[in-house]
Design a protein around this ligand. Structure first.
Ligand code: EPZ
Length: 461
């Protein structure tokens, strides 16, 4: 198992192309189950989650092969039993996305509950409710979703909005199922993320009749769908992460091959912090040569600030001159990066559904553990700005969702590398300033501070 070594202090400069979208590719791959003829997807990112999805599809009888750089061709073979092995389903959240296509093709399905990042409660009730409304028989028991469609699915009027807003993969599931259902399905409270628009465009190119206006989607079911070729949209979350890498190092980076309009909320936040954002057609120049300002941001469903960028942005707020407030209304418990950022010197207090970050105290490299995909990205970014070396464990999280992130950062001048995890790695004990030994309690300024916190439980600083 590897670790990531980040030696901070270098400004990133240069240009970097954005890869195809992980969250775009996964539902598109699953939708190939709908198609009668082969499907070729271009700009498929080389990610662990994509490999996992391809293995799930193979377990369902699909054959696939890589037919070029970033290109995969898939074809439905002899249908399998529809049972997805638990060890495959459990690797990613998007294994859920096979439900809609399989039921649309009249196949039975046995799907263990999905895996994915531990970022809070991740139920599947909206998926099941939407698919059942289309006439599928679904039972969730013992951590297994069992489903079948007695004949062709039928149209329905469905409200997919949950208490924390729309569901992205749930919308993908219901759109795919309704595409082959009898009649016209009206979907309200649907997700508006660009990845859904890309899926709709692809299905229409295969012969579907789907129209989306905001959070409403109307689907005229058809008898069958052909295959075809589609290029996956750029990864807006990777683009935002690379933009923050430029800003956190005080550098100047040109992002290419992206769709800038999909990240308006991110550009607005970065500009409010004092970052220069110059947008051209499919390029964005990010530059920061002055102080960073604090910010208040709430992550909400698209087109608001994306929850997947909340952790990377929290790293940038560590350098801001003042207190920033970040909330996440999609995943209120998604703060896996906080304890590690504190080890790097971040002064972070938690509040209901969010954090308050007291910035500009300087960061100091340390060994830290990533707990999920976007937290891993956030820790690498923080390491770029920290003095000394930051060792990030949990590189498998990064490999799930960022294509060649370390290589891209290296081309921009970052001193980052993978290294084998030394079996007996021991955190060096350093003499503390006052001559007393540096102990673990001091490693976390907040914990140390909390030890001194006023009796009334007030803030540490
Ligand atoms: C997708 O997850 C993305 N993953 C996530 O990205 C992203 O954070 C999330 O959408 C929100 O944008 C993929 O597309 C593979 P949701 P998804 O269903 O679809 C609640 C990353 O880092 N909910 O949109 O699983 C849920 O608890 C990953 O790339 C229900 O209540 O998320 C959450 O509060 C992490 N019932 C909200 O809806 C359900 O049946 C949004 O979840 C489903 C969801």
């Amino acid at each position: 198992m590897d670790v990531i070594q980040v030696r901070g202090g270098r400004q990133l400069r240069g240009r970097v192309a954005v890869a195809g979208s992980k969250n775009g590719a996964l539902p598109l791959l699953a939708s190939a189950l709908l198609c009668e003829t082969p499907v070729t997807l271009a700009r498929v990112p080389r990610l662990a989650d994509v490999t996992s999805m391809l293995r799930v599809l193979r377990s369902l009888g699909m054959t696939w092969k890589r037919t070029g750089t970033g290109e995969v061709t898939l074809e439905n073979g002899r249908p399998s039993s529809g049972a997805v092995p638990a060890e495959l389903a459990g690797r990613l959240r998007a294994s859920l996305c096979v439900l809609g296509p399989l039921l649309a093709r009249g196949r039975s399905v046995r799907l263990p509950l999905p895996g994915g990042c531990r970022i809070g409660d991740r139920p599947v009730d909206l998926h099941l409710r939407g698919l059942a409304a289309l006439g599928a028989d679904l039972v969730l028991c013992g951590g297994i979703i069992r489903g079948r469609a007695a004949g062709r699915l039928r149209c329905a009027r469905i409200n997919l909005c949950g208490e924390r807003g729309p569901t992205v993969t749930g919308t993908a599931n219901v759109v795919c199922a309704a595409a082959l259902a009898r009649g016209t399905t009206h979907l309200i409270g649907a997700a508006q993320e660009p990845e859904i628009a890309d899926l709709v465009a692809w299905l229409n190119a295969c012969g579907a009749r789907i129209a989306q206006v905001g959070s409403e989607i109307v689907i005229d079911g058809v008898e069958c769908l052909a295959g075809g070729k589609h290029t996956i949209l750029p990864d807006r979350i990777e683009a935002a992460t690379l933009a923050i890498a430029a800003a956190i190092t005080g550098g100047e980076v040109l992002l290419t091959e992206l769709m800038p309009a999909q990240l308006d909320a991110v550009w607005t936040a970065l500009q409010a912090m004092g970052v220069t954002v110059a947008r051209q057609s499919n390029q964005v120049l990010i530059k920061r040569d002055g102080p960073l300002l604090p910010i208040r941001v709430a992550a909400r469903p698209y087109p608001a600030f994306p929850t997947d960028v909340q952790a990377p942005l929290s790293s940038l707020t560590l350098l801001a001159a003042g207190s920033s407030v970040l909330r996440d209304e999609v995943f209120p418990e998604r703060w896996g990066q906080v304890s590690a950022l504190r080890k790097l010197g971040g002064r972070i207090a938690t509040i209901p559904g969010g954090i308050v970050v007291r910035g500009s105290f300087g960061l100091r490299g340390a060994p830290v553990q990533a707990r999920d995909l976007r937290s891993a990205g956030a820790l690498v970014l923080a390491g770029l700005a920290a003095a000394g070396t930051t060792t990030v464990r949990g590189v498998t999280h990064l490999d799930r969702g960022y294509e060649s992130l370390l290589e891209k950062l290296q081309t921009l001048g970052a001193d980052v590398s993978r290294a084998p995890l030394l079996p007996t790695a021991i955190t060096p004990i350093r003499p503390w300033r006052s001559g007393r030994m540096f102990t673990a309690r001091d490693a976390d300024p907040c914990a140390f501070g909390r030890h001194l916190a006023p009796r009334n439980g007030g803030s540490v600083w």
